[in-house]
Design a protein around this ligand. Structure first.
Ligand SMILES: Cc1ncc(COP(=O)(O)O)c(C=O)c1O
Length: 378
């Protein structure tokens, strides 16, 4: 069976080897070769095998990202939207302000959600530029960084609880390629749509979270990595399922976890390790995205609006400048087995989501379709 190349932004393509493993394992889950008598969706999350699976998933994640010992790994539910709320619930102190860098719709939504819980200030935004770039580093680092020589925190301003950034804006296709260091408050990163596509400096962050459904698994589980010293900030009255320390104390098993999502994520982590880890994921991401951006830049028809330095390696946004031509191109691709290239409804145009599981051949097929389509218009 030949399937189309799937450019869906999420839920997104998983490695075929992982899908095949799941298919074979579906009637009866085998944990390290031992049949469990039922599928993974039908056994207790408190059984030894599932507890071991979670411990192994955490160990694999720690190894892949070189997570320092003073960080905890949590598996939570509710997607990134739950984290939009959980982050301020746990970290935003009553007499402090949360500082948000807005580089797209997701970080904007996160800032609006956080404002339900306390004081929020948008430090820098690229909204007026149509999110075609990440706000210039000096706009926000100089304001709230320790090295804030340019515009120090105003006298009397409330201290910063954390600085928030979305390191890959899925809809608009911009990516923070290097995380800032030496901020005045802990950096909180929504890494959902490029998580594990590259090595990441965990020690530069206070908290990182990522919904699984782009790069590492099916929807349903969100990975949270949080530094120990931030865990005692949470007030006692927040709901148990949002409480980081409480969740950690229960080893992410306070209530029934999304067992299938965690299982499939655990398999994907093993797949990433077997492929050569995050250095190899990054090499592939660079190869795929360079090929596609070069094809767009060298074409007369297509245009990539995001500034070169901030272009996402995962979500390549492009258009022809004409909505009808965009729609015709998406249809042309569909007929060639290149699916889900339509851009997000708020952005329009096209978006090719090329996560870890996308083979280079998929991008080569897309580039060939772009050339063919352009030739039909000549
Ligand atoms: C970067 C980013 N943050 C947050 C979200 C929201 O995720 P969820 O729908 O899982 O809550 C998405 C969804 O695509 C996303 O791409």
């Amino acid at each position: 069976m030949t399937l189309p190349y799937n450019f869906s932004p999420g839920p997104a393509m998983l490695p075929p080897e992982v899908i095949e493993h799941i298919r074979a394992d579906l009637p009866e889950w085998h944990w390290h070769g031992i049949g469990q008598g039922a599928s993974v969706m039908e056994v207790s999350h408190r059984g030894k095998a599932f507890e071991q699976l979670m411990a192994e998933a955490e160990a694999d994640l720690r190894e892949l990202l070189a997570i320092p010992a003073n960080y905890q790994v949590i598996f939570m539910q509710g997607g990134a939207w739950a984290q939009f709320a959980a982050v301020p619930m746990n970290l935003l102190r009553a007499d402090e302000t949360a500082h948000y860098v807005v580089s797209g719709g997701w970080s904007k939504s996160a800032s609006i959600e956080a404002a339900k819980f306390g004081r929020v200030e948008v430090v820098a935004s690229s909204e007026s530029a149509g999110y075609t770039r990440v706000p210039a580093r000096n706009d926000w680092l100089s304001t709230y960084g320790i090295n804030s020589a340019i515009r120090p925190i105003d006298e009397g301003a409330s201290p910063s609880s954390y600085t928030y950034v979305c390191s890959n804006e899925t809809v608009f296709g911009n990516e923070v390629h290097t995380l800032p260091e030496a901020l005045a408050s802990p950096l909180v990163v929504d890494a959902s749509s490029h998580f594990l596509s590259r090595p990441m400096d965990v020690a530069a962050c206070g908290l990182i979270y990522a919904g699984a459904q782009k790069n590492i698994g099916p929807a349903g589980v969100t990975v949270v990595i949080v530094r120990d010293d931030l865990l005692d900030r949470a007030p006692k009255n927040i709901p148990s399922v949002f409480h980081y320390k409480h969740t950690i104390e229960h080893k992410s098993l306070f209530n029934t976890p999304p067992v299938f999502s965690i299982y499939a994520t655990a398999l994907t982590l093993k797949w990433i390790k077997a492929q050569g880890g995050l250095a190899e994921m990054e090499r592939r991401a660079v190869a795929r995205s360079t090929l596609l951006y070069n094809a767009i830049d060298n074409s007369e028809l297509f245009n990539a609006p995001v500034e070169t330095a901030d272009r996402s390696r995962m979500n390549v946004v492009f258009d022809t400048g004409n909505a009808d031509t965009d729609a015709a191109f998406v249809k042309f691709c569909d007929a060639r087995g290149l699916m889900s290239l339509k851009g997000h409804r708020v952005r329009g145009g096209m978006r090719a989501s090329i996560y870890n599981a996308m083979p280079l051949a998929g991008v080569e097929a897309l580039v060939a379709a772009m050339r063919e389509f352009e030739a039909t218009l000549a």
